[in-house]
Design a protein around this ligand. Structure first.
Ligand code: C2E
Ligand code: MG
Ligand code: MG
Length: 731
């Protein structure tokens, strides 16, 4: 069936208004999406709904205006209810488009579906709006125009989806944004126009709704109203963007202020170092950081002696200057990764890693002390201060709190000792008596004041009664306390980190005597006692070698006694040190044997030459068969391992006889001689001539063992090597 159609015209101003609204609505859509993305949940939902309302209204109005642009020779009107009813689907379509676009990186399938939905929605809008014009006969749709419109709309929607996405991923840019809105809006507008152009009206058609919505003002009122709406929404987006940006700046500056505040609460204002809180935090971090290797960690608390009195005299300015200088010096002495903090007005806390043992920690403490003691030039005044250092070690003190509080206990002990010293933490330290603290203070000056002296106790061969050597035993002649026993002051020296110096003094003195006696024609091996702290000195071998060299003494003249329990405490370390000393030719002896719990396999590995049976076994020899059985077993074992056996604390002739019968090699004890000064020893030797106390007691004269003769010969050779300029070690 063919109809004659009315001539139709498109009204330019209505088309222009439709174009304006479409472009504006599209532009607003991406602005709304930005707001949705920038806001939190509730505000975002409000923006989706509000945005859909405005954008949907814009598109709805644009589609209606495209239709209004179609001018017919007859008067037409639009059924109000139908026009209004088409508004809701427009809003829903806009909501879907906005919601879709708020999701970053949309899946392709979802994007295609969304684009289809929107394009078909817009197409349907025109149909529905057109159906509000009730024509008799009904209007005719040109199929190819509708298809063309659908394709253009699809293109517009697809392009819009892609371009808007890429635009939203970047910073807002007016020109680009406007360009996209104009391009996409124009395509969609063109699609709507093409569809409207495909409407045909029969020549004889009558409009049944001519008395409904119509008139020239309709176009103007609608455009104006919707434009106002769009402008208002536009303002809203701008306002929101501004306030979100302001909030962001505010929250960022708030965050920065909070961080700065937190940092400040962990820092010392004067030095810029961490304060006590900051130190604890970093210490916790060090302990909590998982690692494959065992953590070596020491906390050193360094307190400036008499700082408050100093401030009272010099004033705060000088005090601050001093602290500043000291802070720099301390920082210069620690390794990277260590922590230096100022924990109090007169106090620094240091967390130092990689100090393998107490000795190394002590070396660092001494260095810190020396650095603090160096003169400081502050405000043209030369200031010299000292400090007290308390040291705690991980994992003995296992938590940051313990490390800090134990270093405090140790520091207080060091301070009570008069300051200027360092001290390691020990359990029950807070209960250390004042007398020990005082003793420690005096002991620090003992070497310089020549209050230390070596006494010597002879060791005799069990078979011949000949002098086999002497044991050097340290004595302290205190100006007021009199002679102080090593059993009393050695533990104090160990606790306060002074044993290294004392031990070195003993080695030097022993070598000096060896040389002195040799020059007098006496060839007496000297045994010195080594403390656990000396055993851990990394440079012990070098110190011994240097002392031997200095006094030109063959190493084989020196014996080093190490208490069994100490040697067994850290077997690997003992093995290392023993091997090193053995290498240079110094002989080693296991002291107080029987008091520790030696493992036979370890005993076999130690390159010791001598084993000293503890006094407690010797004491019971004449009364207990058990003690005899033990000594016999020890002697057998020692001989099997190639060790000589010395019995200590021999006080009675019976004990001496039994020990000789049990094939003990050497005897030492009050029965023969007490430890005595060098002068007394010389007299003792002189009086004795060469008679043996053993032989005088038993009446037997025993010939020297072949082994002893060889030993004497080797020693003589060693001495002549030295005199000829050889090294003190093995030839
Ligand atoms: P020690 O190495 O086992 O020394 C033997 C101790 O037994 C000495 O005590 C000595 O006087 C004592 N003694 C010797 N014969 C007898 C005896 O017949 N009966 C009794 N009741 N005692 C006897 P001293 O001199 O008081 O030394 C005690 C400990 O102090 C030593 O035990 C040694 O471990 C340590 N010591 C001494 N001098 C030094 C030293 O220079 N450095 C180190 N690190 N420790 C030392
Ligand atoms: Mg000893
Ligand atoms: Mg002993």
């Amino acid at each position: 069936m063919s109809f004659s159609l009315m001539a139709t015209q498109l009204n330019g101003s209505a088309l222009a208004a439709a174009w304006l609204l479409t472009v504006y609505a599209i532009s607003l859509q991406s602005m709304v999406i930005r707001r949705v993305r920038a806001n939190e949940r509730d505000a975002a939902v409000a923006w989706v709904l509000g945005g859909a309302l405005v954008v949907g209204t814009g598109i709805w109005a644009a589609s209606f205006l495209s239709l209004v642009a179609l001018r017919l020779p007859i008067k037409i009107g639009y059924v109000q209810d139908v026009v209004l009813a088409s508004w809701l689907p427009a809003v829903v379509i806009a909501a879907a488009a906005i919601w879709m676009q708020t999701h970053h990186q949309l899946a392709t399938r979802a994007r295609i579906l969304g684009v289809l939905l929107v394009a078909v929605g817009v197409l349907m809008l025109i149909f529905v709006n057109a159906s509000s014009v009730m024509l008799q006969p009904a209007m005719i749709w040109d199929g190819s125009a509708t298809l063309g419109a659908a394709l253009v709309l699809l293109l517009g929607c697809f392009l819009g989806s892609l371009l808007m996405d890429s635009d939203l991923e970047r910073d807002p840019h007016q020109a680009r944004h406007l360009g996209i809105a104009v391009l996409v809006g124009s395509i969609i507008w063109a699609g709507m126009s093409v569809q409207v152009q495909g409407i045909g009206v029969a020549l004889n058609a009558v409009c049944l709704s001519a008395d409904q919505l119509s008139g020239d003002s309709l176009e103007f009122v609608l455009t104006a109203t919707v434009l106002i709406l769009l402008v208002m929404a536009h303002m809203g987006t701008l306002q929101d963007a501004r306030s979100v940006a302001r909030n962001q700046v505010l929250s960022e500056s708030l965050k920065a202020a909070q961080t700065a505040l937190e940092e400040a609460s962990h820092r010392d204002g004067a030095t810029g170092l961490p304060n006590r809180l900051g130190f604890e935090q970093q210490l916790r971090h060090i302990i909590d950081t998982p690692s494959d290797v065992a953590l070596n960690l020491n906390v050193l608390r360094l307190n400036i002696d008499g700082f408050h009195a100093f401030m009272a005299t010099y004033g705060h300015g000088v005090g601050d200057g001093l602290i500043h200088t000291l802070a720099l010096r301390l920082q210069g002495l620690v390794r990277e990764g260590d922590v230096v903090a100022r924990s109090d007005t007169d106090e620094f806390l240091l967390a130092c890693r990689g100090l393998p043992d107490e000795h190394t920690a002590a070396v660092l403490a001494q260095r810190l002390q020396d650095a603090v003691h160096e003169p400081c030039l502050v405000q043209d005044q030369e200031i010299i201060v000292s400090c007290s250092i308390g040291i705690s070690s991980y994992p003995d003190s296992a938590t940051p709190e313990q490390l800090i509080s134990h270093s405090n206990d140790a520091m207080l002990t060091a301070r009570r000792a008069g300051g200027g010293v360092y001290c390691f933490f020990e359990r029950g330290m807070d209960r250390i008596g004042a007398s020990q603290v005082e003793m420690q203070r005096d002991l620090r000056h003992a070497v310089a004041r020549n209050e230390l002296v070596l006494h010597f106790q002879p060791k005799l061969r069990a078979t011949t009664g000949e002098l086999a050597g002497v044991e050097a035993l340290l004595r302290w002649q205190h100006p007021t306390r009199g002679m102080v026993s090593p059993a009393e002051f050695i533990p104090v020296a160990e606790r306060f980190g002074l044993i290294g110096e004392l031990g070195q003094w003993v080695i030097e003195e022993a070598c000096r005597h060896l040389r002195l006696w040799h020059d007098l024609g006496l060839d007496i091996p000297v045994a010195v006692n080594l403390s656990v702290h000396q055993l851990r000195q990394p440079d012990l071998e070098q110190r011994v070698r240097e002392a031997l060299l200095r006094h030109r003494v063959p190493a084989r003249m020196l014996i080093m006694e190490i208490t069994e329990s100490v040697a067994m405490e850290d077997i690997e370390a003992s093995l290392r040190v023993f091997d090193m000393l053995d290498q240079i030719g110094v002989r080693l002896s296991i002291d107080d044997f029987g008091t520790g719990y030696s493992s036979l396999s370890y005993l076999r590995r130690l390159p010791a030459r001598q084993l000293k049976i503890d006094r407690s076994f010797v004491r019971d020899l004449d009364s207990s068969l058990d003690a005899q059985a033990i000594v016999e077993a020890v002697v057998r074992l020692a001989h099997a391992l190639g060790l000589k056996v010395v019995a200590e604390g021999v006080e009675t002739q019976d004990q001496a006889d039994i020990l000789a019968q049990l094939h003990c090699d050497e005897l030492q004890g009050f029965l023969f001689a007490r430890p005595m000064s060098e002068h007394t020893l010389m007299n003792w030797l002189g009086q004795r001539g060469n008679p043996s106390p053993l032989s005088s007691a038993t009446g037997a004269q025993v010939a020297p063992a072949e082994e002893d003769v060889r030993e004497a010969h080797d020693r003589a050779t060693a001495w002549s090597d030295i005199e000829a300029g050889g090294l003190p070690g093995h030839a």
